[in-house]
Design a protein around this ligand. Structure first.
Ligand code: NAD
Ligand code: UDP
Length: 312
């Protein structure tokens, strides 16, 4: 297959590039590096099946190559500090960027996948969250640039499916972690691991009773590949239902790296969801998929990635 992936220099995008090249497909990666890393592109530049275009997909997708089988739209800042630092760019990539990616897929008769998010559920009143839950999102709070952009992106994806016959997929990704995240991206996994590796206190926001469910990136990539092999147009949750409070998670990371470190409490950010855990019944039944990597194994791989980067 010939695939185009937006956001290819990001954390998840780079793992998709790696997987598809390993399977013998050809790939075009597109990224503007707003939250990605050049070294995630450099990993693949020597591969004959890989080509990279540096472009802002909100302004268009300058692809003039051979026919495409898939357009995978993963471009978007994803960590709360990143998207709150770039709220307009985040809204634009969810809106114009998604439309450009949909139009490209339509021109090529390609299939299309949207990387949506558990953030469409906002601060959920239903727990765990099934795909049928409509969510509880503040439409103009500090997280709205991301949440509402993704909700719009889902809406326009379904509109292209129903009105233009595009063959679409929507995945709702729950908190995912692993190697190639940016050490400074401000998400909880990277913050806690890097704070602990540097011998600093771990910063828990609020009292740490809010929960998240952490999925290792290899499990997500497997779920994506399986969804590409079936025909299903409704959103599909991809996440690990193993749920932890953030305080528990801080204790796990601290005890793995340096049990003498302190945990300090800082103010809770506005509109921070109090609980999050995916209902993965659809993915289990449709894709015969469920996460295979437990937290301990995934964290070991992630710590191993960040440890040498301290001395780079
Ligand atoms: P990331 O920030 O590491 O990667 C996103 C990539 O998109 C970056 O390389 C960035 O430079 C690029 N990008 C952003 N705007 C762009 C634009 N206008 N034009 C071109 N490139 C642009 O984030 P990630 O964690 O890899 O997330 C990838 C996708 O998955 C995002 O769409 C995100 O919303 C979604 N997602 C991720 C998670 C998670 O836990 N990691 C959870 C839910 C959804
Ligand atoms: N968090 C924290 N300390 C940090 C970073 C994040 O306690 O240094 C909390 C944050 O308030 C949220 C959870 O960890 O409740 C997950 O945050 P993250 O930014 O990773 O992703 P989110 O799920 O909020 O998008």
């Amino acid at each position: 297959m010939n695939l185009l992936i937006t956001g290819s220099a990001g954390f998840i995008g780079s793992h998709l590039v790696e997987r598809f090249l390993a399977e013998g497909h050809t790939l075009v990666g597109v990224d503007n590096y707003i939250s990605g890393q050049r070294r995630n592109t450099e990993l693949f530049l020597a591969h004959p099946g890989f080509r990279f275009i540096q472009a802002d997909v909100s302004h268009g997708l300058p692809y003039g190559g051979p026919g495409l089988d898939w357009v995978l739209h993963f471009a978007s800042p994803a960590s709360p500090p990143h998207y709150q630092q770039h709220p307009i760019e985040t809204l634009m990539v969810g809106a114009q960027g998604t439309q450009h990616a949909l139009d490209l897929a339509h021109r090529h008769g390609a299939k299309f996948m949207l990387a949506s998010t558990s953030e469409v559920y906002g601060d959920p009143h239903v727990h765990p969250q099934p795909e049928t839950y409509w969510g509880n999102v503040n439409p103009n709070g500090p997280r709205s640039c991301y949440d509402e952009a993704k909700r719009y992106a889902e809406a326009i994806t379904m509109a292209y499916h129903h009105h233009k016959g595009l063959d679409t997929r929507i995945i709702r990704i729950f908190n995912t972690y692993g190697p190639r995240m940016r050490a400074d991206d401000g998400r909880v996994v990277t913050n806690f691991i890097n704070q602990a590796l540097e011998g600093k206190p771990l910063t828990v926001y609020g009292d740490g009773s809010q929960t998240r469910s952490f999925q290792f990136v290899d499990d997500l990539v497997e779920g994506i590949v399986r969804l590409m092999q079936v025909t299903y147009h409704q959103p599909v949750n991809l996440g690990n239902p193993d749920e932890y409070s953030i305080l528990q998670f801080a204790q796990i990371i601290r005890d793995r790296i340096n049990p003498t470190l302190n945990i300090v409490f800082e103010p809770m950010p506005q509109d921070d969801p109090k609980q999050r855990k995916p209902d993965i019944t659809i993915a289990r039944e449709l894709l015969e998929w469920q996460p295979q990597t437990d937290l301990s194994t995934g964290i070991t791989a992630t710590i191993a990635y960040f440890q040498p980067s301290l001395t780079r």
